[in-house]
Design a protein around this ligand. Structure first.
Ligand SMILES: [Zn+2]
Length: 191
């Protein structure tokens, strides 16, 4: 039985590096993979890049993309051994179910990597659906400046001050977020 996986973490915990390492391992064994990322990612069009220098070409999805159709069509042309999805917090609930269908009906492992929560500690839609229905949940651990596990993503403004209100997704890049433990997240917001 192919499985649907969700690797979740705070910002800068190495999600993209882990995805790219998994992709490399599959390819090294002569297997075929398909890598996807969210179109609103500002780190470059059609690429997954990690902070430690690995990168790979990626197909881009937006909320309108039918992942079942797109991936199934590619699989029919040339069988895929694994699908890897970065920025999976941005998947819609429907797309998460499409990923589940790829695992269940097409027998394809689908491995999703994403943030658990936003800068207000709320689940992203894709993360909520994945936490709900994925076969396997794996936490990738980031580290707060105090040494504890970072589970929260503090949004900061241009001057480095904590931001408590705004849109769930703000295009601005990784430098606008700081991964913290809950205690330091709370104290940063308290000012
Ligand atoms: Zn801390």
């Amino acid at each position: 039985m192919a499985k649907l996986y969700f690797y979740y973490a705070s910002m800068n915990a190495g999600k993209s590096s882990t995805l790219l390492q998994a992709d490399f391992n599959y390819r090294e064994r002569g297997m075929r993979t398909m890598v996807w990322s969210a179109r609103l990612d500002t780190r470059g069009e059609g690429m997954v890049r990690s902070r430690i220098g690995l990168e790979a070409d990626a197909h881009l999805y937006d909320p309108e993309t039918d992942l079942w159709q797109a991936i199934r069509a590619a699989h029919d042309l040339q069988p895929l051994d694994c699908v890897l999805i970065d920025e999976a917090q941005f998947l819609t609930r429907d797309q998460v179910w499409q990923c589940a269908r790829l695992a269940d009906e097409a027998g394809m492992p689908v491995v999703c990597y994403g943030l658990r929560t936003d800068f207000q500690g709320e689940l992203f839609p894709g993360s909520a659906a994945l936490l709900g229905i994925a076969d396997k949940l794996v936490e990738l651990k980031g580290v707060c400046h105090c040494g504890r596990k970072a589970t929260m993503n503090l949004r900061v403004d241009e001057t480095g001050h904590a931001v408590s209100a705004g849109e769930q997704t703000e295009i601005g890049g990784n430098e606008r977020y700081v991964a913290l433990c809950r205690k330091h997240f709370t104290s940063a917001l308290a000012g």
